[in-house]
Design a protein. Structure first.
Length: 476
């Protein structure tokens, strides 16, 4: 490599040898020297045949021509080395090396040129450092963005890829740079957007799905870079997968809530209209209709109360206070509260308590609501002569509560959605049991608000087990 650069430098300097005029100059200098030597030889040979003055003049001319050639040769040789050193320094500057000093011989031979070169080197080095700093800062900003940023040139080759974009599309910037974007992101719609953006001034917006490796929904914006013609385009991708999922959940919630509220209201209106149309005078039907209205009003009231409870929990207005609570006290109270419902179905409710009290960091009202919902569901979906068992114990820094029943069980495909609002495994059976479809959603939110965890395991035909974990209360 050094030998190549030295050869390049020498060739750049010796322009007189490489160009036609430089070659004639060398021949001219050599001719002067030859003519001078010939004059000397001839003058010494013919000195006996010519006058002394003519001989002296010829000898002097020959000597001067030889001396002139020697002086020119020495001066040119002395000037060549500084120029070669100067060319070497300039070559290093083109490679980004601005710290290479100019040799002293060059500085002495060309002081003005050396000073100008030093100033230029400092100026260019400073600007290069400034550009590098700006580039690094821009890189940090792009990598810290939640949106994915990709820049392409006019032929759709990637010239920049931000960190978020690499994660979204499964790219590695080192291997992505210089490659066509359509080769790495196989989406015809994106390619069309980029091609259209390069031809128009207004940015293009749209949505697209990718599968790398899971499905994501991206909001895309593609805009051309400034210039005529456009040197490229910038692609900005924003992951809206969670937003679309929440929108879907909201739509399902509104639809389910409307249905759950409409059903009892429709029933109440129907019975009221029947009573107003004459059934109020029929004592037998009147009492039956009024009981049905009361039942549907109670169901409507329970649904509204559960909705308000969920709203308060999600708004942090009803977070359980992390006060020390004895699980045994709440479990015993829950058993007594649900004894009538259990007795009607001949379901046995059993408590398994450890020898040492287990005190957890959750308010007693919150724990009572959680256990009441779980035990109520367990009794409702357990056949007659079945059993419901509530047990608890301490496990390291957590208090563990298990609510187990011998009921109908829940199919595996429903377990992931069992905590959703208004989600029912068997809609008809759930309504017959009088549930609102919000109990388990309330349980999950209250458990999470207390920094707890909830798990579910179930086998169809054998029963279901809910496992709760809460932090143990710190001793006062």
């Amino acid at each position: 490599m050094n030998a190549t650069r030295s050869s390049t430098t020498e060739n750049a300097l010796a322009t007189n040898a490489s160009s036609p005029w430089g070659g004639w100059t060398a021949v001219y200098r050599l001719g002067i020297a030859v003519i001078g030597v010939l004059i000397l030889v001839v003058s010494f040979t013919l000195r006996d045949h010519i006058s002394a003055v003519l001989w002296s003049t010829a000898a002097a001319i020959g000597i001067l021509m030889v001396i002139s050639w020697l002086v020119h040769f020495l001066v040119e040789r002395r000037m060549r080395q500084p120029l070669q050193d100067l060319a070497l320094v300039l070559e290093k500057m083109t490679e980004g090396r601005f710290d290479m000093p100019l040799p002293a011989t060059t500085a002495v031979a060309y002081p003005g040129l050396a000073e100008s070169l030093a100033k230029m080197s400092m100026l260019v080095a400073g600007r290069m450092r400034h550009l590098k700093t700006e580039r690094d800062q821009l890189r940090i900003v792009i990598d810290s963005l939640a949106e994915g940023v990709i820049a392409v040139d006019s032929e759709q080759r990637i010239i920049l890829a931000g960190g978020a974009a690499c994660r979204m599309f499964g790219l590695t910037e080192g291997t992505a740079l210089g490659r066509p974007i359509w080769e790495l992101i196989r989406n015809p719609q994106l390619q069309e957007w980029i091609a259209a953006a390069l031809k128009q001034s207004a940015p293009i917006h749209g949505e697209m799905q990718i599968h790398t490796p899971k499905t994501r929904i991206l909001a895309m914006s593609v805009a051309r870079l400034a210039g005529k013609p456009a040197p490229g385009a910038v692609v900005v991708a924003h992951d809206i997968t969670e937003i679309r999922r929440l929108e879907k959940v909201r739509q399902e919630f509104v639809a389910n809530a409307s249905h759950e509220l409409k059903t009892p209201i429709t029933s109440i209106r129907a019975y009221v209209e029947t009573l107003l149309n004459g059934a109020i005078d029929d004592e037998n039907h009147r009492i039956k209709f009024l009981n049905t209205i009361d039942e549907q009003a109670g169901r409507l009231d329970a649904t509204v109360r559960d909705l308000l409870t969920l709203a308060h929990i999600e708004a942090d207005d009803a977070n359980p206070t992390p006060a020390p609570t004895d699980i045994a006290h709440i479990a015993q109270r829950c058993k007594e509260h649900h004894r009538p419902a259990a007795d009607r179905k001949s379901v046995t409710v059993t408590l398994h308590a450890p020898e040492t009290p287990v005190i957890v960091a959750i308010g007693d009202e919150a724990l009572d609501t959680i256990l009441s919902n779980l035990v109520d569901n367990a009794i409702k979906y357990t056949s007659e002569e079945g059993s419901v068992t509530v047990s608890w114990y301490a496990d390291d820094s957590q208090g563990v509560i298990e609510v187990e029943d011998t009921g109908i069980g829940i199919p595996q495909k429903h377990l992931n959605r069992i905590f959703e609002r208004f989600y029912r495994v068997d809609r008809g059976r759930s309504r017959d049991q009088g549930g609102t479809g919000l109990g388990l959603a309330i349980v999950k939110h209250m458990v999470q608000s207390a920094d707890g965890q909830i798990e579910i395991s179930s086998t169809v035909g054998r029963g279901t087990t809910f496992t709760l974990r809460f932090p143990l209360a710190q001793p006062s």
